[in-house]
Every structure is written in C-alpha cells, then in structure tokens.
Design a protein around this ligand. Structure first.
Ligand SMILES: [Fe+2]
Ligand SMILES: [Fe+2]
Length: 406
C-alpha cells in the first residue's frame, strides 16, 4: 500500500487538517493516511500544548465518528522515549511488524496489510522550506517520499525548495493540490472560536473543558508541568481512554481549586492527575500494592485502587511526597482530619467536567466558594448511593461523616 503519514500536534485538530487528509487521498498518490499526533514535540513541550492523550483521542475519536474511510490514527509516538523526532517516529511506524499489525487492527485485509508498503510524509509547503533544518532530514528521506500540499495561490516556491533538498540530501518529493480553507490551531485557540473544528472535536473540547483558563496551568511550576505531561504518557499504557482523560481532568480541576482555596497547586495537579492510575491494574496486583501502602485498611475491591494508586505513584512514578500520596490513597473513602489537598482531590474526582452521572451544578458552584460545603454535598450523595445499594460505608468515611455532622 502507499501510505501517507501525517504528523502534527493537532492542538486542536481542525478543518485545515481534515482538508490535508482528504486532498491527499483525492490526489490518488496515497491509498490511506495515518494521522500521528505528536507525543513529545521538541518545540512545544510542557509550555503551550495539551498533554498527548487529549490530542491523540481528539483525532482518533473524530476520525472514527466522521467515518473517514482509509484514515487511521496511530499512537506509535507513545512508545518513543524522549523527544519524538520525525525520524524516530518513521523508524517505529515503518517497522514491518508494527505497520502490518496496525493496518490489520484497523480493518485492512490481511493480504493487503502484509503486502509491500511505501510511505509518504504529508506536509504543508511552508514546512518544506524549513525541511533541511529538521533533525536528520537525510534519514527521513530514506523512509519516505515528501508529499507536499500545494495550495492554489501559494507563494512558497515549491520547485526551488525541492531542487535544493534533492541536491543536498537526495530523496523524492511529490506535490498534491490542497483544497479547503486555511486555518491554524494557534489562531483558533487565540480567537477562542472553534467553528473551524469538526463537530466531534468541538464536542470533545466541551466534554473535557479544554482550552480554558484552567488548562493553561498558569502558576504551575515547570517541574510539575513536566511531571503532568510525562505521567499522562505513562498512564496511557495502563488506562483506557475514558479513565485516563477523567484522571487528567481531575488534575487540572484540582490545580484550579487549589488556586481558589489556597492549597499547593503543583501538588494538587499531580495528585489529581494520577489519582486513578492503578484502577485498571489486575485486581491481585491492586491488592498487593494496597497492602504495601496501607496495610489492611482497605479490602473492598472497588476501593483497592486508591491505596494501590499511592503505592504505584511511589514505585513507578517516583513520587515521595506524603501529601500527594495520601490524597491519592483517600480519594475514594475520605477520612477524618482530611487536609485541604485531600478534600480538593476528593471533590474534583466527583465533579470534573466529563462527569455526567447526575446534575452536579450545585456542587460545582459550591466548590468554587466553600470546599467544605462541596465536600459535605459530595459525601452526602455518596452516602445516599451506598444506602440505596445496600453497601457498607467504610470506617474512614464514617469518621469523615461524623466530622461533617452527618
Ligand atoms: Fe478512583
Ligand atoms: Fe476518579
């Protein structure tokens, strides 16, 4: 197959990106296009970009819900250590065992998926002009033909750029005609106008409350931002889409609530973001991790992941901070004498933007003003649910209820 590879930050994924994909397919030069959301972009790392899982699922969900034929999304960069330079992405993606399995997993018939493949790197004409400054451009050309989008009225001299690249580095370059509107991700975010994003992208942004003041992570240290981005990538291996995005949302909301109520924002971001890190581990593994952190305090299956998460955070993520570990450990049950940080993570877990299990408007309003009131409302809702389901309330939660006068 002739495979077009389309790498980018997709922050957010917009109609211009869609036009690139559709025009490349229409040109007949490629049979399919694989979108590859960047995981660790060398230039944008930790500063003005959403953590990789948001952008990956934004593209994947959109491609799927629009039913785009012969368009796939690859998570190959999640497996690359450090900065995911294009040359490293292509090395991993064009690996025979990877690409054959990837295509088959995406519904390509086995005979076709395991046949011969040639690769094309989709790019705009503006990036062609800077190609020779990329990391190992010569090696990139060993993997792919550059497939350059030519927009009618484009003022880049594609011919001259191509001649220079061929002369200095060799390789092959082809062009295709790009039809569609011109727009940029940064322009969309700056204008705060998402009309140029496909419907499913707008829906995704709304569900997770992205590109808001909260997601800018203002006032968070670079160290905490780095951890947040790195842990998001690490947890991709351990959690499915819904839970991973939920746990990241809790981090972002916790940081915001910490700002409002005067708690440590860095700790709130990290504790919230990883609070559910152990939830999809094998139950026996959860049990043994839980015991490591909290002895036999937690035995019920549904709450094991909280102390197990604290142990996981310590062992796998290298978190030593007891405040963070305890906020993770008690996020399901709460306890008597909770710290402000623990209260914030507990409440944020129940009300982060993608939560829809009940009408949360009142608790969300309370959380902005009075965290103890929000905590009381949350615990009360949890108690009602437990009573309805005939479940025992954990002694730690009972302590908390007594303290709250419930
Ligand atoms: Fe949880
Ligand atoms: Fe959670």
């Amino acid at each position: 197959m002739r495979i077009g590879v389309y790498g980018g930050s997709f922050d957010p994924f917009h109609s211009g990106h869609l036009a690139m994909i559709k025009s490349a397919l229409k040109s007949g030069i490629v049979d399919c296009v694989i979108a590859v959301p960047s995981v660790c972009n060398s230039f944008k790392r930790y500063t003005s970009i959403l953590p990789a899982p948001y952008r990956y699922y934004m593209v994947k969900d959109t491609v799927e819900s629009l039913g785009l034929k012969n368009v796939y999304t690859s998570d190959v960069e999640f497996g690359i250590e450090g900065v995911s330079y294009t040359v490293l992405t292509l090395k991993a993606l064009t690996d025979r065992s990877y690409i054959c399995k990837f295509l088959e997993d995406n519904g390509v018939k086995s005979k076709k998926a395991s046949g011969e493949h040639t690769f094309f790197w989709l790019m705009g004409s503006d990036t062609l002009a800077t190609f020779e400054t990329w990391y190992k451009p010569g090696e990139i050309l060993d993997y792919v033909t550059l497939l350059v989008a030519a927009r009618p009225g484009d003022d880049t001299d594609i011919e001259a750029c191509s001649r220079s690249i061929k002369k200095n580095l060799g390789g092959n370059i082809e062009t295709f005609r790009l039809d569609g509107i011109e727009c940029s991700s940064s322009g969309i975010v700056k204008e705060d106008d998402y009309e140029l994003c496909p419907g499913p992208v707008r829906e995704f942004i709304k569900t997770h409350a992205l590109y808001t003041d909260n997601t800018k992570l203002e006032g968070i240290s670079d160290e905490a931002k780095k951890q947040f981005f790195d842990f998001a990538v690490l947890m991709y291996k351990y959690l499915g889409e819904k839970r991973l995005l939920h746990t990241l949302n809790v981090g972002i909301l916790s940081a915001h609530l910490a700002e409002v109520h005067g708690a440590d924002k860095d700790k709130a971001l990290i504790a919230g973001a990883i609070h559910d890190c152990a939830k999809e581990l094998d139950i026996d593994e959860q049990r043994s991790l839980a015991r490591e952190y909290a002895g036999d305090v937690f035995t019920e299956k549904k709450i094991l992941h909280s102390p197990a998460g604290a142990a996981f955070a310590k062992k796998v993520m290298g978190i030593e901070d007891k405040d963070i570990l305890d906020a993770i450990c008690y996020h399901t049950t709460g306890r008597g004498g909770m710290t402000l940080l623990e209260k914030i993570v507990y409440v944020a877990d129940k009300i982060e933007p993608s939560r829809t299990y009940t009408d949360l408007t009142d608790i969300r309003i309370a959380a902005e003003k009075d965290i103890d009131e929000a905590l009381r409302m949350t615990v009360s809702a949890v108690r009602d649910k437990f009573v309805k389901q005939g479940r025992d309330i954990h002694p730690a939660t009972q302590d908390l209820m007594r303290e709250l006068g419930m």
